[in-house]
Every structure is written in structure tokens, then in C-alpha cells.
Design a protein around this ligand. Structure first.
Ligand SMILES: C[S@@+](CC[C@H](N)C(=O)[O-])C[C@H]1O[C@@H](n2cnc3c(N)ncnc32)[C@H](O)[C@@H]1O
Length: 348
């Protein structure tokens, strides 16, 4: 995206530029994951995370009647680590592995290349955008996907709504500004009353676009989406915009293109959005409850019986990171969107 220096960018346009500009966007030119990167995600902490997701997937498939053909679609696959372990684990259940058509939806061409290296022995289709034309039951996995989508922010001040913009006339001295807006017009476009009982609105237009396509696919084909992300459940939305550089919080308006920009998902908003679909419903819990009820600790006990003490300590240290309430266990939530008549509850 070229910056027109006389204009302000809305916050989502700015984030889109900072993260996804073809040449300079943060996700378009580097691998941000791991010790050398800026942050670490659960699949890169321990493969047990993705193994547990696979076990969950198998139980969910049973609730769909173990379909002879189904789609498994990962949204935003990063370095491909989760999909790699899912494939390895699913091969232990050939009836499901052979029924499965794997797809990765990934916006970054740079990360697609990384994923292809990591997944070179697997039969996977890559696309850069999600279309609605899938047949057969379809299961989506989205780990830290929605928090990477550009957001808009609005603030209510004395009964008027203002949208957050970024003034980029001088990119080295970028600054935030607020412009008065007509929230009713925005709600008409969204076809959704987003401002109800709010003083702050924070949402991703792309996030809603994805939720809409995914909901249509699930309603039509059956299936579900498992969303795992930083987030909270309060009815009231908060300002959660943040930038992360080298594992620390940093200034959003500095080092544009070198810093990750993210936010916390309001899962209550997602639930309200899904309530518009009369045949769908949602389940939500935190990552601790999801992983422990799926047996991550018991699995670690079994596997660690025959490994040296130092490796066992390392393994449990990593699992603690995922489930400890002061670390990812409570900060991360897990949401399942599924067909209402499917009474599946495992993990929740
Ligand atoms: C925070 S990373 C998470 C990566 C991975 N799921 C993990 O847990 O390690 C977000 C991923 O979503 C991708 N992404 C962002 N926006 C996207 C979009 N609109 N369509 C497809 N992929 C997108 C990014 O390029 C990146 O791979």
C-alpha cells in the first residue's frame, strides 16, 4: 500500500500497511516466531499442543459421524508447525487421515514458502484467501489468527462516536487522531448493532468477513471452527491494541513494519455475531481447561516415563507455560462454533 501523505489512515488501514504491505509489511518479510523472533506461539512451545488439538479433532469428527470425506482448513499457519504435527499425529488414525483434504489459508507469500519447507512431505493446498465454495463437512483451526487481523477502534465521548485514525504525514512522527463518525451508518453496513451498551468499540472488519464465510460453510456443510486466541469474555469491549517487539511491548507508531501489532479478542462479541445464525452456537472456555480436560498432563506423564530427568523437566516447564493461569492458561480462550444440533462438548 502506498501512503498518500495528505490523508489519514483509519486504524485498520494503518495496521494493514504495517503488517501486510507486500514489500514492507511485518508478516510479509520475516519469520517472527521463536526465540530469535518477536513472540512465540503455542505450537512452537511444545508439539504436545498440536497433538492435543489432533485428539480433539478426532473426537469432534466422531460427533460428525466420522465423514468419509472432510476438509481440514488452518487459517494463518505461521511457520507451519501446528499443521506438521497434526499430519504426523493424524497418520496414526489412517481412516481419518485418508478422508481428509488439507488446506492452509495464508496471506503472507513469505510464510507460505516457510510452511512449504516445513510441510514438504504432506499433500496440502495453499490459498491466500478464503472462498465459500467448499463441499463436505469442514473443520477450521485458527490459533492466534484472529488477533493478527487489522482492527478498527471507536470511542464514545459525550454521546458522540469518534474513530481512531493515524496521521502519517510524517511517518517518523506518526500520531493518532480521532475523527467524529456516524456509528449508525457503520452498523447498517455491518448489519449488526455493535455499539449497544458500549463506550469503546474494537473489531476487525476482516475478522467479521471471515466469520461470515466460515459460518455459511458450517451451516451448509456441517463442521466447526476451533478458535484459540488471546481474549476476554466481558460484555463491554476494551481498548486492547498493542505492539510487540522482541518479546516486549513497544510503541505501535514506531518502527512501522518491524513490530507485530495485535489485540485481544472479545469472545462475547464473536458469540453475539454468531447468534445471528439460527443453526449455529458457540462453546467457550480457557486454554487451561481445554488442554487439561483433553489430557495434556496425563499424556506428558506417559511420554516422559522413559526420558532423562532434564528433558522431563523441560517438557513440564513448557506445558506449564500453556496451562498456568498466570501465563497462557487463562489469557488464552478456546471457542468452538458448531451446528446447534451437534451436542458435542469435549474440551469445554
Ligand atoms: C500470529 S500468527 C499465528 C501463526 C500460527 N497460527 C501459530 O500459532 O504459530 C498469524 C498468522 O496469520 C496470517 N494471516 C494474517 N492475516 C491473514 C489473512 N487475512 N488471511 C490468511 N492468513 C493471515 C499471518 O501471516 C500469520 O501466519
Amino acid at each position: 500500500m502506498k501512503i498518500n501523505k495528505s490523508t489519514n489512515l483509519s486504524l485498520d488501514q494503518f495496521i494493514n500497511l504495517a503488517l501486510y504491505d507486500k514489500n514492507t509489511g511485518y508478516y510479509m518479510k520475516q519469520n517472527p516466531f521463536g526465540k530469535e523472533g518477536d513472540f512465540i506461539t503455542a505450537p512452537n512451545i511444545t508439539r504436545f499442543f498440536s497433538e492435543i488439538i489432533t485428539i480433539w479433532l478426532i473426537t469432534f469428527l466422531k460427533s460428525l459421524g466420522s465423514p468419509k470425506k472432510f476438509n481440514l482448513i488452518e487459517l494463518g499457519a505461521g511457520n507451519g508447525e501446528m499443521m506438521k504435527v497434526i499430519c504426523e499425529t493424524l497418520k496414526n488414525f489412517p481412516e481419518h487421515f485418508n478422508s481428509c483434504k488439507l488446506t492452509i489459508i495464508e496471506k503472507s507469500q513469505y510464510l507460505i514458502e516457510q510452511q512449504k519447507i516445513n510441510l514438504k512431505t504432506e499433500k496440502i493446498t495453499w490459498t491466500q484467501d478464503l472462498q465459500e465454495n467448499y463441499k463436505d463437512p469442514t473443520i477450521f483451526l485458527a490459533n492466534e489468527f484472529f488477533d493478527a487481523l487489522p482492527i478498527k477502534q471507536f470511542f464514545k465521548r459525550q454521546d458522540e462516536w469518534y474513530e481512531k485514525f493515524v496521521d502519517l504525514k510524517n511517518p517518523k512522527k506518526a500520531k493518532f487522531k480521532e475523527i467524529k463518525t456516524n456509528i449508525k451508518l457503520i452498523e447498517q453496513k455491518l448489519n449488526f448493532e455493535i455499539s449497544k451498551e458500549q463506550n469503546i468499540i474494537e473489531y476487525s472488519p476482516d475478522g467479521f468477513k471471515y466469520l461470515k464465510i466460515i459460518s455459511n460453510i458450517i451451516e451448509r456443510n456441517r463442521g466447526g471452527i476451533l478458535i484459540i486466541d488471546y481474549g476476554y469474555l466481558n460484555q463491554k469491549m476494551q481498548d486492547t491494541l498493542q505492539a510487540v517487539n522482541n518479546h516486549k511491548y513497544s510503541n505501535i507508531l514506531e518502527n512501522i513494519g518491524e513490530t507485530d501489532i495485535t489485540y485481544n479478542i472479545n469472545f462475547n462479541l464473536f458469540k453475539r455475531f454468531i447468534n445471528q445464525y439460527k443453526n449455529l452456537d458457540t462453546l467457550v472456555t480457557n486454554q487451561k481447561k481445554f488442554l487439561t480436560s483433553m489430557g495434556i498432563l496425563q499424556r506428558a506423564e506417559i511420554v516422559s516415563k522413559d526420558i532423562p530427568f532434564s528433558k522431563k523437566t523441560d517438557l513440564f516447564y513448557r506445558i506449564r507455560r500453556l496451562i498456568d493461569e498466570k501465563q497462557m492458561g487463562e489469557l488464552f480462550k478456546v471457542m468452538l462454533i458448531k451446528n446447534k444440533d451437534n451436542k458435542f462438548q469435549t474440551g469445554f
